[in-house]
Ligand binder design. Structure first.
Ligand code: NAD
Ligand code: UDP
Length: 337
């Protein structure tokens, strides 16, 4: 298939482009590079020996998206083109709602005009809010407490409503848990701008000496060791999940919702110790007060994706820690060369 990957130069997008190309699909990327570098796409092409057609466009701009669909035959769309910093979304709600919701609407509009009816959407476990764990796809969604989360709920809703009136459409809403890790080559990986918010990029920057000490946000949660628990998933497993979902959309119409997680919770300190062990390093840390808005613990019920997609996360926490460090070690300045 010929797939338009919106946001394909980013962290999850670049790994998914690689897996798509290796599976024999053709890839067209639309990305405005607001949180990424074109270098990621150059490296994906190097690793696979296959070309990517790149459009440096903002997918909220209808004319620019229309031009892509006029110039290229497209069989399906994967939409990664979102802004994703939770704290920033609280400070800049208009920018977040506009970017994340209008991008979804624009893609839907242009796809409909061109008779393209397969849509894979990057959603997030955040849509579950503070539900009971493990999170199951059938749960009623609860408020997410920040504009970022609401943009995911809104986009899911938009796509569900569109699919309800377009009998030929098939939509996959993929709810990611916590992606970490990198391609084992260390050539592509996560390249956060500025001080990382997320745990793993912070840990790798402490390991490299770029940051002094990790701050562990709270050790008084009702969890195994008091620190926050998440379901970390290797980005390569996540990327493979997208290709399986896309293939499923060729067989089934309507809206398909899948958790993409491992089904296992890992605490902050468990992750830090696994990182130290896998890489033979020490990560100095301080215990600090809780971070506002954090949930104590969540992980996926990952059984639906296994049942219906035949997909199951295969890589271990050790793999994730090794590959994250391998990427950071080889690229201390990210894609900046
Ligand atoms: P990322 O920032 O690395 O990738 C997003 C890409 O989209 C970037 O290359 C950015 O330049 C591009 N982009 C953003 N807005 C755009 C626009 N209007 N037009 C064109 N390009 C645009 O983030 P990621 O971690 O790869 O996340 C991809 C998607 O997955 C996002 O929608 C994010 O919300 C979602 N998600 C991420 C996580 C996570 O922890 N990384 C978890 C759950 C969901
Ligand atoms: N965390 C931490 N220090 C950091 C970054 C994160 O202790 O510098 C904790 C955070 O409180 C949470 C877990 O690590 O319990 C995962 O945080 P992340 O931001 O990576 O993911 P999210 O909370 O968005 O699921």
């Amino acid at each position: 298939m010929r797939i338009l990957v919106a946001g394909g130069a980013g962290y999850i997008g670049s790994h998914t482009c690689l897996v798509l190309l290796e599976a024999g699909h053709e890839v067209i990327v639309a990305d405005n590079l607001c949180n990424s570098k074109e270098e990621s796409l150059r490296r994906v092409q190097q690793l696979t020996g296959k070309p990517i057609l790149f459009y440096p466009v903002d997918v909220t701009e209808e004319a620019a998206v229309e031009k892509i669909f006029q110039e290229q035959h497209i069989d399906g769309v994967i939409h990664f083109a979102g802004l994703k910093a939770v704290g920033e979304s609280v400070e800049q709600p208009v920018r977040y709602y506009y970017n994340n919701v209008v991008s979804t609407l624009t893609l839907c509009k242009v796809m409909k005009r061109h008779g393209v009816n397969k849509f894979v959407f990057s959603s997030s476990a955040t849509v579950y809010g503070e539900n009971a764990i493990p999170f199951v796809e059938t749960m009623q969604l609860l408020p997410t407490t920040n504009p970022y989360g609401e943009t995911k709920v809104m986009s899911e809703r938009i796509l569900t409503d569109v699919a309800a009136v377009e009998p030929d459409w098939s939509v996959a809403l993929l709810r990611y848990f916590n992606p970490i890790g990198a391609h084992p080559s260390g050539r592509i990986g996560e390249d956060p701008q500025g001080i990382p918010n997320n745990l793993m990029p912070y840990v790798t920057q402490v390991a490299s000496g770029k940051r002094e000490r990790l701050r562990v946000w709270g050790n008084d949660y009702p969890t195994v060791d008091g620190t926050g628990v998440r379901d970390y998933i290797h980005v390569m497993d996540l990327a493979e999940g997208h290709v399986r979902a896309l293939e499923k959309l060729c067989e089934e119409k309507g809206v398909l919702v899948y958790n993409l997680g491992t089904g296992h919770g890992v605490s902050v300190l468990q992750l830090v110790h696994a990182f130290e062990k896998a890489n033979d390093l020490t990560i100095p840390y301080d215990i600090c007060p809780r971070r506002a808005g954090d949930i104590a613990e969540f992980y996926a019920d990952a059984s639906k994706a296994e049942r219906e997609l035949g997909w199951k996360a295969a890589r271990t926490i050790e793999d994730m820690c090794r590959d994250s460090w391998n990427w950071q070690r080889q690229n201390p300045q990210g894609y900046e060369v």
